[in-house]
Design a protein around this ligand. Structure first.
Ligand SMILES: [Zn+2]
Length: 324
């Protein structure tokens, strides 16, 4: 099957509750304004690592996709954080990362490529701007197999972009998207979403590392199980010698709302209750341990720390020049 926008839309629009969470209607998605997404990168050093944040673009996310959305509560939180709604939704950044360390080049997530419209898909341009040819990437760590994270693994023709890379993903995540029993329960109109997931990882089947637990994902990176958003959703903790950084994937989709309202889940969460519990557990730890954190959907350049505020949290963004 050719992966294209139509397939992605049909997959999302009728995705089953078992796969993507209840309440998903697909109505919150709209393509970003026409135009070619340009390279946007931010590099900094951390311990013995050089890290480049790669902005893939911004995804319009309708407020109706938040479970239990309350306009009054949201309005207060958004105003406090200098955020605003645009066309009835929020602009959600999509970030990936290049980590250069000990002679190795590693990616965490790969952006959307051509799957989600012209306002996204800039991660490849960012990599080029950072001087990293796709064939020079040694390892790709995937937080989960959603199209804004795995889309960049393949060309429009379905071949591997990263010809020499080992792909690392949680076994549980791999199994979910490849489970024919799950797929059999999915309406015909929803199967495109599974097709996209399977197609994006298929060229890497012979050079795959499937994580069984919280183990070493790659040299210097420890996998952290963060289930809920997807069954095998995974964070990665980098030990860069003197400093560390937690890459938490989709622990937060909207920094504008979910630090203050951590129990608000989103239609793409496979298990909303588990998502909220995992979020609180990880945010508690991040705050208690004063961790430096980054996330796929935190506002670029997506580096900061978590503060505890009563029963909720706040995000303190690092200064732009951090680590330079
Ligand atoms: Zn995501």
């Amino acid at each position: 099957m050719t992966i294209n926008r139509r397939v992605f839309l049909s997959g999302l629009a009728a995705a089953p509750a078992a796969a993507l969470g209840s309440g998903f209607a697909g109505t919150g998605w709209a393509w970003a304004a026409a135009g070619t997404a340009a390279a946007v990168t931010h590099s900094f050093t951390l311990g013995d690592a050089k890290i480049t944040v790669l902005l893939d673009g911004h995804l319009p996310l309708g407020t109706q996709l938040f479970n239990g959305y309350d306009a009054a509560k949201a309005g207060t939180v958004l105003a406090q954080g200098l955020h605003r709604l645009q066309d009835g939704g929020l602009q959600i950044p999509v970030n990936g990362y290049l980590i250069e360390r000990a002679g190795q080049k590693l990616l965490i997530d790969t952006g959307t490529a051509q799957l989600m419209g012209p306002g996204l898909g800039a991660l490849g341009a960012g990599l080029a701007a950072a001087g990293a040819a796709p064939e020079s990437i040694d390892t790709v760590l995937l937080t989960h197999i959603h199209p804004d994270h795995s889309g960049g693994l393949i060309t429009p023709e379905g071949t591997a972009v990263f010809a020499n890379a080992e792909l690392v993903v949680a076994q549980r995540e791999w199994d979910f998207w490849h489970d024919d029993a799950v797929l059999a329960g999915v309406p015909e109109s929803s199967r495109g979403f599974f097709d996209i997931a399977r197609n994006s990882v298929a060229p890497y089947a012979s050079r795959l590392k499937l994580l069984q637990r919280e183990e070493e994902a790659a040299a210097g990176f420890t996998a952290l199980e963060l289930p809920g958003h997807t069954p095998g959703h995974t964070g990665f903790m980098l030990d860069a010698g003197s400093e560390g950084l937690l890459f938490w994937g989709d622990l937060i989709h909207s920094a504008a709302l979910q630090f203050a309202l951590p129990d608000w889940t989103i239609a793409f969460d496979t298990d909303p209750a588990q998502t909220a519990a995992t979020r609180r557990r990880m945010l508690d730890r991040a705050a208690a341990d004063n961790l430096l954190v980054t996330g796929a959907h935190l506002d670029f350049p997506a580096l900061g720390r978590v503060l505890r505020q009563g029963e909720a949290y706040a995000y303190q963004a690092a200064p732009w020049q951090f680590g330079i």
